[in-house]
Design a protein around this ligand. Structure first.
Ligand code: AMP
Length: 373
């Protein structure tokens, strides 16, 4: 029996815990909320992410500690590093928490990204606008997610107002990329350095939240897939990475620009539960507990749709051939991710046949929040 401590008890922790049972890997989650959704399926420690006592308990109970939530204070995580192995490395988390460090990481491993300049004063904003030009996006360095903490700037005269509306906090200005589509590369690296790569997938967002993932992405050349794998490989080797890593990218012609990394299991790979030989959750657990990795090969074609706000009728979803409903046991609330559905088919045409039906059921039920009204 191997014990894994997970910092964070949301749906990612829940799906990790569920993937652990068949492998005799038992997860314990740490979350400040007593009703965190992972605590329905795994023992939980209720405590703040920066509570040294709670983290120490997690370290004592687990043979290894991982995290599924990115806003864990890195210092607190490091405070238990002498007692228990932590995977992925806290350095990866540190970069994911700060857009400037993240860009520097992309640079240092040779992954091209949009031009960017740090902004921490009105003067540096002026310089940044001159260097990057418009249109550009101003993003706070920290605590931005799902499109929050960022504004598009088209008129340089409105730049200062945009930055101040984000709180005038340390930020970066980056060039707006006229991408053809957004792809993500989800990769996994084992303790012994062996690695695996899922096929590139295509993501579409609505109101800043991931809405649909198509896996594999259509019309990906062998070269593009290889380039994405090499980028992920360079980053994982550089960090001495262990576990699942997601890199969100923009495709511009045959170029891939790095946008964001997520040093954890990722929403754009939920399809792997039914759509790949080994799910990202199982592979993450295999990696961090020292087991050999499982195949990342896809099984047919998948489309994953997020359920936001409220759930569609389960029986209607279950009636769609190839549809797999995943509810996270969360209270419905506008704008909240409460589940997902993966539609899987052997034949891409079959997928196209059923996806509109699924889409209609999900849209009828969904409550994405006030921004759509
Ligand atoms: P992020 O929080 O950086 O992942 O940004 C959220 C979404 O905003 C991305 O998924 C893109 O759709 C869009 N976005 C972010 N940065 C840029 C950019 N530099 N150019 C164009 N679109 C962007």
């Amino acid at each position: 029996l191997t014990r894994v401590g997970i910092v964070g008890g949301g749906q990612l922790g829940r799906m990790l815990a569920l993937a652990g049972y068949p492998l005799d890997i038992r997860c314990t989650v740490l979350d400040p909320a007593p009703d965190a959704c992972a605590s329905q399926v795994a023992p939980s420690i209720v405590g703040a992410y920066d509570d040294p006592v709670a983290l120490a308990r997690l370290a004592t109970e687990g043979n290894v500690v991982t995290y599924e939530f990115e806003n864990v204070p890195v210092e607190t995580l490091r405070s238990i590093a002498n007692r228990v192995a932590i995977h992925p490395p806290p350095e990866a988390l540190e970069a994911a928490q700060d857009r400037l460090l993240e860009k520097a990481l992309f640079d240092s491993v040779g992954i091209e990204c949009a031009p960017y300049v740090p902004v921490d004063s009105t003067a540096s904003l002026g310089t940044a606008i001159e260097q990057v030009g418009v249109p550009a996006v101003i993003k706070t360095r920290r605590l931005g997610y799902d499109g929050k903490g960022q504004r598009v700037i088209r008129d340089p005269r409105l730049a200062e107002e945009a930055w101040l509306s984000l709180g005038g906090v340390p930020s970066i200005l980056e060039g707006l990329v006229l991408f053809e589509r957004e792809l993500s590369m989800v990769a996994v690296r084992a303790l012994d350095g062996d690695s695996g790569f899922y096929p590139l997938v295509e993501n579409t967002h609505r109101a800043g939240i991931l809405d649909l993932t198509r896996a594999p992405a259509q019309e990906v050349s062998t070269e593009l897939q290889r380039a994405a794998e090499q980028s992920a490989s360079a980053m994982m080797d550089h960090l001495g990475y262990v576990g699942v890593l997601a890199i969100e990218m923009f495709q511009v012609g045959e170029r891939l620009l790095g946008n964001e990394i997520a040093p954890r299991v990722h929403n754009s790979a939920h399809w792997t539960i039914e759509g790949a030989q080994t799910s990202q959750f199982e592979n993450h657990l295999r990696a961090i507990t020292g087991l050999p990795l499982g195949s990342t090969a896809p099984i047919g074609h998948s489309a994953m749709v997020n359920l936001i706000g409220s759930a569609p009728d389960a029986s209607a979803i279950a009636a769609i051939p190839g549809a797999h409903l995943h509810l996270y046991g969360k209270e419905p609330r506008p704008g909240r991710k409460i589940g997902h559905v993966t539609l899987r088919a052997e034949d891409p045409l079959e997928l196209e046949l059923w996806l509109p039906k699924l889409r209609a059921l999900v849209d009828d039920a969904g409550d994405r929040g006030p921004w759509l009204t």
